[in-house]
Structure formats: structure tokens, C-alpha cells
Design a protein around this ligand. Sequence first.
Ligand SMILES: *[C@@H]1O[C@H](CO)[C@@H](O)[C@H](O)[C@H]1NC(C)=O
Ligand SMILES: *[C@@H]1O[C@H](CO)[C@@H](O)[C@H](O)[C@H]1NC(C)=O
Ligand SMILES: *[C@@H]1O[C@H](CO)[C@@H](O)[C@H](O)[C@H]1NC(C)=O
Ligand SMILES: *[C@@H]1O[C@H](CO)[C@@H](O)[C@H](O)[C@H]1NC(C)=O
Ligand SMILES: *[C@@H]1O[C@H](CO)[C@@H](O)[C@H](O)[C@H]1NC(C)=O
Ligand SMILES: CC(=O)N[C@H]1CO[C@H](CO)[C@@H](O)[C@@H]1O
Length: 582
Amino acid sequence: MLSLALLLVSVFFSLILCLNYSTMGNCLNLSSSETIFFKKNSKPLPIETLFQLPSPIPTWPPGDGFARGNIDLGGLQVSQISTFTKVWASHEGGPDNLGATFYEPSPLPEGFFMLGGYGQPNNRPLFGWVLAGKDVSGTALKQPTDYTLVWSSQSSKIKQDGTGYIWLPTPPDGYKAVGHVVTNSPEKPSLDKIRCVRSDLTDVCQTNTWIWGLDKQINANGFNVFDLRPANRGTQALGVTAGTFLAQNGGSSAAASSLSCLKNAQASLSSSMPNLSQIQALVQAYSPWIYFHPDEQFLPSSVSWFFKNGALLYKKGDESHPVSIEPTGSNLPQGGSNDGAYWLDLPTDETTKERVKKGDLQDAGVYLHIKPMLGGTFTDIAVWVFYPFNGAARAKVEFINVALGKIGEHVGDWEHVTLRVSNFNGELKGVYFSQHSRGTWVAASELEFQGGNKPVAYASLHGHAAYPKAGDVLQGNGGIGIRNDTDKSKMVMNTGERFLVVAAEHLGSLVVEPPWLNYTREWGPKASYDIDEEIKKVEKLLPGMLKSAFDKFVKGLPNEVLGEEGPSGPKMKDNWSGDERS
Ligand SMILES: *[C@@H]1O[C@H](CO)[C@@H](O)[C@H](O)[C@H]1NC(C)=O
Ligand SMILES: *[C@@H]1O[C@H](CO)[C@@H](O)[C@H](O)[C@H]1NC(C)=O
Ligand SMILES: *[C@@H]1O[C@H](CO)[C@@H](O)[C@H](O)[C@H]1NC(C)=O
Ligand SMILES: *[C@@H]1O[C@H](CO)[C@@H](O)[C@H](O)[C@H]1NC(C)=O
Ligand SMILES: *[C@@H]1O[C@H](CO)[C@@H](O)[C@H](O)[C@H]1NC(C)=O
Ligand SMILES: CC(=O)N[C@H]1CO[C@H](CO)[C@@H](O)[C@@H]1O
């Protein structure tokens, strides 16, 4: 309690706000944050740099339709253009209040037409693409009949380069507009500037991330620009992202339907997917490094190591006769729903149990699921990692770190990151970091790379949630949250060294799913501790005024953190056949 009092005092007398007085690592250093702010104004905008992957994209082994430059969506050939001519830029508003820049794709390959312009916030290096289209059926594309002005910057007092005008093409009957035209003069663009797409080659779109607005935050009643993605996404969904943006003036619902996404109307979504030799090459090029925290005690293992080292299968009603599991999981029940009839658990012998909980990094590998995404224009490579044990959660209450007793502990923890690769050229465009029931997409331009084009991922201490950066992340608000600490250590997994493709539905019988993948019940038992008891233990250590806030916070944690439910396998999680949740 003495050190606690010391902490309270230090907060009142120092400008350096510390979460843990003995390590300066958790301090908010006000003088250094001012320095960062000062430097920002003199630096060129991030978007003035063109991002490229650290190493050239390798030459892919021969295959069928993968990395051919163009994809035929069924009478409409599309090409992914990432070279641009700048049209107009704002210098304020939008993400980080740094403005946004708008471009036209240029140059276009012979016979291709613009379907819409590209826009990006200025707060990151230029890294994007839009699709351009070539009519190979004679009726796939048509010129618009007119344009309407959606918005112009003429009357805005924002810092900008010239004046910007954003136009919506008026499509002819039976056609849809896929993107906007941006100009820097008030005259309507020429009708030859852009093409509209035949309706049956389009799909319903929704807004995705915020590109720009007049304010620092999204103002729902103001003017905003978003990028677009198909409303229905998944391994079977046909919608294709065109890479275009939507400009919305005021309210949202009506305008959202003014632009469409594209649709892959071909018989098969797999024609532009990589074959097995190309998948191997993609893994060699982009396999992530996964770093574990220096204090991590619960490392990954292979699934067969877990089984061979004493994991047990329990059956409801027959709890006293658990059985050991074959290395491939061949004696696990297959299919069915997660009905609680079976579960896995650690070996019963205490010494073996403690050893198995720690995993075996040397033996651990990753399990890959290869899936077509966005109408077969991308390959998602989900990289799954198995941990025999997930350690207790740790929370921060105001400036105090607290271990949450047994809360959060569970047996059998499945985590993943997902690589998203363009099927036009095999370039890595982004990585999804799964943080339990949600996660975030990070553009390749924002990733940390190590050894060529291999992205770095950090597994948080005990909870193993995946993050793109080292540091402490706090989930929660009002000063109370779950800590997800990440850092580099000697414990690192080079996932390209030991991987197994466990599922690639588009390759049919070439990839045989291991029996453990088809085990749909839980990989660990339900929590065996009393949450109220654990909360009481922690509250004894907290000052009175924080007790009730802490109680409320813990009770609001998702089931997965509270450990009330056993954890499920990759096929049962969000999202095996769908898009990642973001
Ligand atoms: C705070 O930042 C200043 C300026 O960057 C630096 O000189 C100082 O060492 C920092 N203090 C701590 C405790 O990190
Ligand atoms: C991939 O496709 C190419 C060209 O069709 C073929 O030569 C190669 O054997 C294929 N690789 C695999 C593993 O199927
Ligand atoms: C998974 O198990 C179910 C139920 O036994 C079965 O119908 C299905 O074919 C299995 N899938 C695979 C990939 O083995
Ligand atoms: C503060 O940091 C030190 C050194 O890392 C550590 O030993 C101590 O447990 C930490 N205190 C709290 C309350 O987390
Ligand atoms: C998972 O993907 C499927 C198919 O796209 C979708 O229907 C479902 O809503 C998704 N689930 C979550 C939680 O995002
Ligand atoms: C912001 C974030 O990802 N927070 C995660 C921290 O860890 C808990 C439990 O491990 C997750 O539930 C949160 O999503």
C-alpha cells in the first residue's frame, strides 16, 4: 500500500504522468509530445511519399489466372491501376486533420477506361489502386449521359490546392455509376472521361473507411468522403471492390446507393486464384513474423504436439473417462454443432499440465486457410496459431496495474492474422490483426516489415491478440481497461518456416483438411473459477472510489475474456467463410 500512496502523490506533483512509477516506459511525457507536435508542421505530408513494399514483388511460378494483370469479370475485363495523376487536394479536415488528395488513374492500358477516381487521406503514404475496365462483350460499358455536381470546395474556407469539384456520372438506362470524377475547374467533365457499367455486372456497395470530411471528425450532417466495399462479402460472394470513393453531402442513406461496386459474373470465382505452387511462393514472400512479449509464459504449439503431450477429450455425462487424442485428431467427433457434448482439456497430471500450458515454440507452426475474397479479385491467407493455454487478463484501473486473478484464463486458444493479396499482381495490400471477437485491417503502407516483405505481428501478453505495433494497448474507457501489452523478445515465430495449408476450398481435393479442423466443439472446458470471488480479490487492492467502477467494468467484459465459454476452433470462429469482422 505504501507504493500506491506514492503513486497518488506523484500524480499531483509531476507533469510526467506515470502508470507504473518504477518503469518510465508507461509515462506520458508531456514535453516529448509537444516536440512531436512541433515537428509535424515542418514535415512534408505523408501522402507526398509513394509507398512501395520494401522488396520487389517476386516473379510468381506459372499457374492459371493468378497475377496476370487483368481479371475477366464476365465480359468486363478489369485492371488494377496504382499510378495516378493528382487532381485536387485539401490540406485540412479528415483523418488527423491533414486533408485528402484526389486522383485519376493514369496511364491506362490500351482499351481500358476509368470507372472512377481515387481518393486518400493525406496522413499516410500514397498507396492505393482503382480498377479500370475494358469492354470485351460490346455492352459492358457505356458513357454517362450527363453529370451532376455533388460538391465543390468553392465556398469552403479550407486550406486547399485550387478548387475541387466532385461529379456524379448519370448512367444510361440499364447501367450504373461506379465512381466519381474530380475536376479542378467548374466545367462539367467530358462524357468520354469515364464509363458506367451494365447493371448485371454491379453489386450493392457500402461505405467502409472515412477518407475525408470538412471537420476533424465525421460529421453525419456534413460533407464526407468514404471508400467503398461490397455489402455482401465472403468466399462465395460476387461483389468486387472497384477502389473508388463515395462523396456524400449531408445525410447518408440515399446517397449511399448512388454508386455501385462491381460483380464477378463469371462461372467460377477461383479462376484468378493462386494454385498450390503459387501459394507456397506467396507464403515465402509474405509469411509474417509473430513476436511474443518478453514476459510471455504461454507460447504456441502445434496441434499434434498438444495431442501427443496428453491433451484429453471429454464427453458430457462420462467425465471420468477422458480419452487421449490421435496426432491428427482422427478420433475427435467430426462436424455437428457446438452443443457442449464434448470438450478438450489439459492432461490431468500436474507436472505435465504445467509443461503443456507453456506450449513448445520450437515445434509450433501455423495453419493456413486460403480463400477467394471480393469476388475472387483477392486471395486472403488466414494464418492460424494455436496456443495450449491463454493466461489471465491484466487490467489497468486509472494508473494502477492489476492482475485479474484467474479471469481470462482458458485452455486452447486459437488466434489469427490474415494476409490480403491482390490476384492481379500478387502484391500484399493489407493485413488483418485479429483481436478476439474483432480486429483491424492495416494497409501494407502502415505495416512494420522485417527481412523483405514479411510483415511483423505482435501477440499480446497472455491474451495473444494480434497487433501491428509494439506497445501497450488499453481496451476500455474512463481510465479502466484490459491491457494488451506487446513487445519484441527473443521469442519469435518465423511463420514461413513451418506452415501447413489446411484448407483451400478452391483447390478441391488437392488440399485435405485435417480431422482436427472439422472438430466443431470447444478446445477447452468452461471456466472453473468464480468470477465474483476473483473480482473481490482484486477490489481489496483498490482505493474505495474505484471499486464500483471496476466491478462494472469486469462484468461488462465479453464472455471470451471472462472465460465463461470454452474457446472454439478456426472453423467455428468469425469468420471462416466470410470477410474478417472490422
Ligand atoms: C521527455 O522528453 C524529453 C524531450 O524529448 C526528453 O529529453 C526527456 O528525456 C523525456 N523524459 C523521459 C522521462 O522520458
Ligand atoms: C500450377 O499451375 C502450373 C501451370 O498450369 C502447373 O505447371 C503447376 O504444376 C501447378 N502447380 C500445382 C502445385 O498444381
Ligand atoms: C466434417 O464432418 C461432417 C460431419 O461428419 C462431414 O459431413 C463433413 O464432410 C466433414 N468435412 C470434412 C472437410 O471432412
Ligand atoms: C512496475 O514495473 C516493474 C518493473 O517492470 C514491475 O516489477 C512491477 O511489477 C510493476 N508494477 C506494477 C504495479 O505493475
Ligand atoms: C461472416 O461472414 C458471413 C458471410 O459473409 C456473414 O454472413 C456473417 O455476418 C459474418 N459474420 C460476422 C460476425 O462478421
Ligand atoms: C483494443 C483491443 O484489442 N483490446 C483487446 C485486449 O484484450 C482483450 C482480452 O484479451 C480483448 O477482448 C480486447 O479486444
